[in-house]
Design a protein. Sequence first.
Length: 524
Amino acid sequence: MERTASRFDAKAMTGVVCGRRHLDEEAFVEACGRAAAGYRAMGLSRGSTVALLMRNDTEFLVAQSAATLIGCHAVPLNWHSSPQDLAFILEDSAATILVAHADLVPALRPLLDPQVVLLVVPTPADILEAYNLPDSAGAVSEGDRNWPEWLALFEPLPVESFARGGGLGIFYTSGTTGRPKGVEREPLDAQSAAKLQKVVNELFGLDHEEPARILVPAPIYHGAPNFFANRGAAPGSLCVLQPRFDAERLLALVARHAITHVYMVPTTMLKLLELPPGIRAKYDLSSLRRIIHSAAPCPPDVKRRMIEWLGPIVFEFYGGTECGTITLLDPLDALEKPGSVGRLLADCELKVCDEAGRELPAGEIGEIYARNFNTPRFAYRHLADKQSEVERGELVSIGDVGYMDGDGFLFLCDRKRDMVISAGVNIYPAEIESALIMMPDVADCIVFGIPDETYGEALCAHVEPKPGRHVDPAQITGWLETKLAKYQIPKSVVIDPRLPREESGKIMKRRVRDRYWEGANRKI
C-alpha cells in the first residue's frame, strides 16, 4: 500500500518516494500488476499505447512500468505543451488509454478523442502546494474513471504473465520546428536488454545488481530524467522524485534518504551554488557517489565550483533520444578539458561532418552524427522522410554542431538551428552565453539571431539579472568585450526580469526568438 514517508526509516527505504508518498517495493510491484491487469482487461496487448500526462508522482512510474511490463508503449507527455500538440500526440501515437493528473485534464478535455479511455489520478496535495493550485484542482471530476478506484478492481497480474521484454516507450520531441516527432525504438529482447544494461552500468558506475538511491528533481516526462527514475525503481533501489525542484529541499532529500546518485541539469547546479554557504553546510551529503548531468551546455566555472564543493563526483553525458547516450565526461577530465562533454562510451561511433557530409579532421567544427550501438534502432513514427534527413548510414544527427579535439574529447558549439549567420560568418550563441553567465550579476541569459537588413542576422541577448541585482546593457557589452571577439558582441541587449522556462529549468529560447521574426517572411 502507499504510505506516508517516515523520517525514521528514510535511509532504509526502497521503492518510490515522491513528496509525502512512498510505495515500497512490494506495493510498487502490486500496483504495477493491478494496472497491467486493467490494461489487458481493456484489450491492450503488445504494441498498444498508454499515454501519461502527469507531473512527477509515484503513479507516473506505476502507469508507465505496467505498460512496459506487458509489451505496450508508454508515451510520456510534456504537460507544458499546448492542448493542440497533446491532442496531436495522442492521435499520432494511437494512444488507447490516457492516464492524467486531475488538474491537467480540463485544458485537454475539449480536444480529447472520445475513443481514448481517460483514467484520472487525483493530484496529490504536495503537488498542488508546489504549483500553488487550489485543493479543488486535484479532485477527480464526476463521471471520470478514478485511477485508485480503477486499480482496486483488478487482481495483480502474476509476474510470470508479464511479457518477456517490453518496449522503450515513445518519446516525442519538443516540436520547436513543427509538429512533435515521435521517436520509437525496436522492442527489447534479452540480447538488446543486456547490451543496454552496459550503458546503464557505465553511466552510473554500478554493477547490474548493485542497488542505487537515485534522486530526480527534473520532470520525468523528459527522456533522461525518466531513464534515471526507472533505474531508481529497480528492485533493491530507491527512486526519490521531487514534485518540483527546490534547491535546499534537494539537499535535504539527499541527506534524509542517503541518496547515492542525482540527475541534474546545469540550471539545477547553478541554483545549488547560489545557496548561502551556511545552508549548503547544513546537510550531510556524504552518501553521494555521482551527480550526473546533461541536457544543456554547462559553463566550465559551474562544473569547477561543483567539484570544489562536493569532490570529484560530477559526471556529464551527451546524447539524444534518437542516437542514445554517446559520451561520458568524468570530473578529472572536466577540469583538464573545460567545456568538453567527454569521450565516446564503448560501442559508440561519432563523426563530425561538413555540409556535404564529408568527415572533418580533429579541431574543425561541423554537424555531429553519432550512434550508441548498445541502443536499439529508432524510427520517427509516421515520418520516414524526416528520419532519412537526419541519418548518414547508421549514424544520426540530433542537430548539434561541434568538434573533436586531438585527444578524442567532444566539444559542443551550439544547436545547428541556433547558429547565427551574420555577414557570412557562423556565430555560435552558446559561446556568448557561456561568457555572459559568468558575469556576477547575471542569473541567466539567451543569445540568438534577429533579422538585420544589412547583415542578414544580428545578435540579440536577453539577460535575466540575479534577484535584487541591477545590470544594464552597457555593462553587459563591456563585460563581453573583454572576453570575446568583436563579431560576437550582441548588437541588441534586453534586460529580461523573468525568462520563460520549462519545468526542468531550461529556457524556452524559441519563444523569445520567434517574437523578433514575426512578419519577417523568413526564419533565418
